[in-house]
Design a protein around this ligand. Structure first.
Ligand code: UDP
Length: 414
């Protein structure tokens, strides 16, 4: 396991954004955590929503006075292949969990536990399935009364039972389990301190800071986008659950009625995602020779500022997921006042109130219909912008998220 370094954040910068009630509660609970040590553990420091959140939450928590570290587990391809299958199958894909795969999964959890000396943390928050079995191997090295919390970020509403049952053996050992939504939890009975907390965005990160529209347009022009024509964008890893192929099919329907439209598919390639490259190539094949489709990744120079620019300057943001733990990209776009059309699944349903803060869709045809509606009706888009931003401010900011975590830790102490 390895400690992750993060860039410093200042709590005082957030005070202009949060309300006084949230501040008072944060101050109270952070104060109660004095002298307590907290570890966050996940599988990757880059790519995907969990890394995104921890890059903000850990330094913000530290600046508030929390003693908090962030660790990532290490693995090799065989481990990442198995955990990718875990991810897909816990989200519902069919398939058999072989004893070989179980062995590989446990081997790397055990190996990671051997890389640290005695662990002096009071609270250990494990994110997602990859490191979930650490509770088995690391617990003997931690304080006896350390509290273990498992935080699930994925959409486990219809899991493959073989995978769920295997994972359940470990998560039932935790002192608390956090899911995003009630519908994600199977067999609640033996899970202790079951808690529901939504993820969040950092309004002051480079990705979400307000960007001038002209500046945003200049940035996206560098990727070949014609800034004088309408643009639809999806920002996502290249993953079947994010349905980039469905996004291209949507665009093709829209294009017939609205020929000037362009599509950008912006995707980062995460280090623990071997399937990502295969799916990127499939996406490129579906895009074919249409030069109005831009497929860009972190390898073309897309980083946080560029994601911000795409979210700011697009006419519509899509998040056409088929399963979705939360979908930070939805809140990121809503926060910038850009209309969003999202798949009617998982955490997207929390963020988009259909017809008010955006549209929820079940099919490619419906998606195209809603995109056309937004493109043709700027007044409607403006109304949605305001409602969307308010929803994010109220529910999905990093400060509220951190508050919900410390409240839970405080409860576990009782
Ligand atoms: N992201 C990014 N660059 C990309 C694609 C995605 O920075 O090219 C970010 C995106 O802005 C969001 C996170 O990665 O903050 C993805 O989180 P989300 O919850 O949407 O999906 P996940 O990848 O966790 O399933």
């Amino acid at each position: 396991m390895e400690l992750v370094k993060t860039e410093a954040k200042k709590y005082e910068d957030y005070l202009a954004i949060i309300d006084t009630g949230t501040k008072a509660q944060l101050d109270y609970f952070v104060n109660k955590m004095q002298g307590k040590r907290i570890a966050m553990v996940n599988a990757t420091s880059y790519g995907g929503g969990v890394a995104e959140i921890l890059h903000s939450m850990v330094p913000l928590g530290k600046d508030m006075g929390l003693d908090m570290d962030w660790w990532v587990i290490k693995g090799a391809n065989e481990f990442y292949n198995v955990t990718k299958a875990f991810h897909n199958r816990l989200q519902g894909e069919e398939g058999h969990l072989s004893s070989e795969d179980k062995k590989i999964y446990l081997k790397y959890n055990e190996l990671n536990a051997t890389t640290v000396e005695a662990w002096d943390y009071d609270f250990i928050l494990i994110h997602d399935p990859q490191p979930a079995a650490l509770v088995e191997y690391l617990a003997p090295k931690t304080r006896q009364n350390a509290k273990w919390v498992w935080r699930c970020h994925i959409d486990t509403s219809t899991p493959n039972p073989e995978y769920w049952n295997f994972l359940y053996n470990y998560i039932k050992k935790y002192d608390a389990c956090i899911f995003t939504m009630e519908e994600f939890v199977q067999e609640k009975e033996k899970l202790r301190n079951l808690t529901f907390i939504t993820p969040s965005i950092d309004p002051l990160s480079t990705k979400n800071l307000e960007m001038d529209l002209d500046e945003a347009k200049q940035v996206i022009a560098r990727f070949g986008v014609d800034i004088h024509r309408p643009l639809i964008t999806q920002i996502s890893r290249f993953d079947p659950w994010k349905d980039p192929l469905g996004v291209i099919d949507t665009y093709k329907i829209v294009k017939k009625e609205y020929p000037s439209v362009q599509l950008a598919l912006v995707g980062s390639m995460a280090s623990d995602d071997p399937e990502g490259w295969d799916y990127l190539y499939r996406t490129l094949r579906r895009a074919g020779e249409d030069y109005d489709i831009k497929v860009v990744t972190n390898f073309n120079g897309v980083s946080n500022r560029e994601v911000n620019a795409f979210q700011t300057a697009s006419d519509v943001i899509l998040q056409k997921s088929l399963r979705e733990g939360f979908g930070l990209t939805v809140s990121e776009a809503l926060w910038k006042g850009t209309p969003v059309v999202g798949g009617n699944v998982g955490g997207i349903k929390y963020q988009i109130i259909d017809g008010v803060t955006g549209y929820l869709v079940d099919t490619v045809e419906e998606c195209a219909d809603k995109v056309l509606r937004i493109l043709r009706n700027p007044t409607l888009a403006r109304e949605m912008m305001e409602a969307g931003k308010e929803r994010v401010r109220e529910h999905f900011l990093i400060t509220t998220h951190l508050l919900n975590y410390v409240k839970l830790l405080d409860r576990l102490e009782e």
